[in-house]
Design a protein around this ligand. Structure first.
Ligand code: GDP
Ligand code: MG
Length: 233
């Protein structure tokens, strides 16, 4: 009675792992998508997790995904290195049966925010955004921490960035890699739109009908109002 994990049907669920650095719009894009589908899409931010248990990010994501009617959960963390991606896949394998029925089919999709060749222009835009975001973040408080320190943290992520290599472990475990970009001011609008278009093409069961551009833009504008509820020092 082998479970056919390639099969996609009404009971299939989806997890999204971003691959990005700070300020690429991970949270804004995730909020845009959950604003569009508040009952069937969820979002767990690593930045909201305060305890010592590192696996809590996956535990909370699976707990949310297990809910009735929940179809897709975005696991919001940078995952900019192979090590972090491998860790998410390992935690998923280790924990999935604690939360989901044994035969629940889960597709895991990469949201690759930018190609390596564009890293310097992405960095420039991300720095501008993070300085403008100011203290409106759980831990990277631009004014409290000071600009120099924030730039140091951001630079560290960019220097360590390991883009997706689809033919190699751990990235060969993704069922689908969606290529995004961080080029223009409203990149989270085009990124949300691209994600939906790719899902509609590959998994029409999840996105049977594309929302209109105006609806997605409205969802983005709502997500730009977001203020975090957690403070981490
Ligand atoms: P993260 O660090 O990858 O989660 O990045 P955020 O989603 O927090 O985005 C960083 C800052 O840029 C936030 O203040 C966002 O409001 C802003 N931002 C992100 N995407 C967009 C966008 O498409 N348009 C505009 N105007 N601002 C954006
Ligand atoms: Mg974020």
């Amino acid at each position: 009675n082998a479970v056919d994990y390639d099969k996609v049907d009404e009971s299939t669920k989806f997890l999204f792992f971003p691959i990005a650095t700070i300020g690429c719009g991970k949270t804004t894009t995730a909020l845009t998508l959950t604003n569009l589908f508040p009952n069937s899409w969820g979002h767990v931010q690593n930045d909201d997790i305060t305890g010592k248990d590192k696996k809590m990010l996956m535990k909370k994501s699976l707990e949310l995904l297990a809910k009735d009617g929940m179809k897709a959960v975005i696991v919001d963390r940078n995952n900019h290195q192979f090590r972090e991606r491998r860790q998410l896949f390992e935690w998923f394998e280790e924990l999935k049966e604690d939360y989901l029925p044994y035969d629940c089919n889960v597709k895991i999709i990469a949201l690759s925010f930018f190609p390596y060749e564009e890293i310097s222009s992405v960095y420039e835009l991300a720095v501008k955004r993070v300085l403008e975001r100011g203290d409106n973040h759980q831990s990277i408080k631009a004014s409290a921490k000071g600009e120099k320190k924030v730039l140091g943290i951001m630079r560290g992520f960019v220097d360590r960035y390991q883009p997706v290599v689809q033919e190699k472990s751990p990235d060969n475990q993704f069922d689908l890699v969606i290529q995004l970009n961080v080029r223009e001011k409203d990149s989270s609008l085009s990124n949300a739109e691209n994600i939906l278009r790719e899902l509609h093409r590959h998994y029409p069961i999840l996105i049977p009908q594309l929302p209109t551009h105006a609806t997605i833009r409205e969802a983005l504008h709502k997500s730009l109002q977001y203020r975090p509820s957690v403070t981490k020092i």
